[in-house]
Design a protein around this ligand. Sequence first.
Ligand code: IVH
Length: 699
Amino acid sequence: MTAELASTPSGLPEMPETSTEARKQHAEISDRIRSFNEAYYVNDEPLVPDAEYDALFNRLIELETHYPTLKKNSPTQEVGAAPADGFAKVKHARPMLSLGNAFSREDIVDFLARIRRFLNLTAHSPVEVVGEPKIDGLSLSLRYENRKLVTAATRGDGSEGEDVTANVAHIGDIPKTLPDDAPDVVEIRGEVYMARSAFQKLNETQAETGGKTFANPRNAAAGSLRQLDPTISAKRPLRFFAYSFGELSESLAQTQWDFLQKVEGWGFVTNPLTRLLHDADDIMAFYDQLGAQRPDLDYDIDGIVYKVNDFELQLRLGFVSRSPRWAIAHKFPAEKARTRLNAIDIQVGRTGALTPVARLEPVTVGGVVVSNATLHNRDEIERLDVRVGDMVVIQRAGDVIPQVVEVIKDERPEGTQGYQFPDTCPKCGSHAMREEGEAVTRCTGGLICPAQAVERLKHFVSRTAFDIDGLGAKNVETFFEMGWLKSPGDIFRLETDHGDAIRKLEGWGEKSATKLFDGINERRTIGLDKFIYALGIRQIGQATAKLLARHYGSVTEWRNAMIAANEADSDALRELINIDQIGPGVAKDLIEFMAEDHNREVLDDLQDVLTIADVEAPNVTDSPVSGKTVVFTGKLELFSRNEAKVKAESLGAKVAGSVSAKTDFLVAGPGAGSKLKKAEELGVTVLDEQGWLDLIATE
Ligand code: IVH
């Protein structure tokens, strides 16, 4: 799944010439960035390489420099993504921010010059910085009150994270108490990570026991820390480097360097490669030295963080929106290695996408053994002219699946042949087709294609969907091959229909079978959003599933609405497209899914074996806007559109994207145009921003 998305062309669109085009481009890139953020921060499943993310993010900043009004409601003003469901939320006493990036010496020189300019220092006055390896893990904030650890929280969206206190109990690098000389309130921040060696071992055990394997150490660390069951976390070898702080009831030191020394004395682990640096030459020498050491370290680093050493100067320098002026992340290029391409296999995904996978002579790329890499799609194979037998360069960019980036043509062995991309599905033999304008070639076999069926089942049980403990990809495949698992409903009949046979399978026994059946039984009640997402309907990711669940409230309402929307010009269709952020393309996929007899049978079956929990309308029946439909339009000045939407929904209102007879309120900021006109024609109540605030303020 990730491979399919990772192949989106990274080419940036032309810089727009008019403000309308700029607005449009900004909105499109913002949407993509938000979905990347959600994938990265909430699901631990990065969709694009860092470089592509950074390029898009920088384009947003560029657009906002030309058109500052675009800043409002932009991802550049937000950090990460909102915390996931399932954990209690923790509000950070001080926000957990992010860092700007540097890629070259020039960027570093600029960074130092900016600092000097801001502090009104001469061009050559010394500015001491601390250089710390940038650990590729997840940041964590540890709060100690009266010298006792009281909460451990992930970053979340920067202002609110997830409470993972129970899950850090077994991390030896995290002291549970502080010595007597520590102040009453101390928040220590740092990075949770998994060593490369531990990651390798964990994956081996996971594979042997049919559990889920992880793409890289960062994902393994994230997946382990964010386990709802702390006993699983406890078994995962997590580590922690301390590097920063949040709230403090008393200052701990005057410099970053002394701060690190101090907390080390308290039992925290700080990174031993940290250095004190004095100028750009020093910085570049450290960068080269650490870059050379990087492949041999037992943990992933993706750059170096430079921080102005003196806290007083840090305070004066302050922040620019989401990142400090006094620190920057100097990124390393993706790690690369050469190896031989032994074969090209085609994988078939749950939507039928044919993804070519390079089978490689195993090679270590920055400490992780890689034997498979993605080749994305047909065009990519043609572009590279990659052939079986070639020496290739592969790249592992921190978070994405390793990819083949170059073919060493000079070393091409004799007799190699250009790769013929198949015209038929290698799993079911159906015709494989590429739709116009699409990069992917798809198997047209649909229901008869076993590969698609297995992948759909794997998606159904995956961590972001039903998250069934003990039912990893490998077990799904085994049960599918045995003929015990054909459709999702079969999962919930495994125990009654095949329990005895499973207990007798090689490598299985009473204990593992019981664990599996317990895992399945725990999921017999599921929220509507997770249910919709688990169905694997094309284009319906977690965010869209949530929107649908919130809008329709119950599975019956949702099903009926999707069937009714199959009628052109129906109210149901208008209502669907009218949900903010659902466009005609997504609507079409939903309607087509529900129009299939087979899919409705799967739903009937699942509804028999499951309890699908309604989305509870927020407990706001007395709110003046509860149950009402609101549209926001025009240039909003008192609040961002996102804030308005979240607030309205929390009060029980539905937020729509366009005005119809069903609209109750149109909130119009300055410059409102066609929507305002339509609302007036339809007699919809029109409010200005203040009017809206007044309305929702009435208790
Ligand atoms: S300082 C306001 N120091 O990088 C500054 N961050 O891109 C806060 N990271 O969210 C961060 N090693 O997860 C800092 N030595 C280090 C770091 C580090 C890794 C991560 C951290 C942060 C991200 C910022």
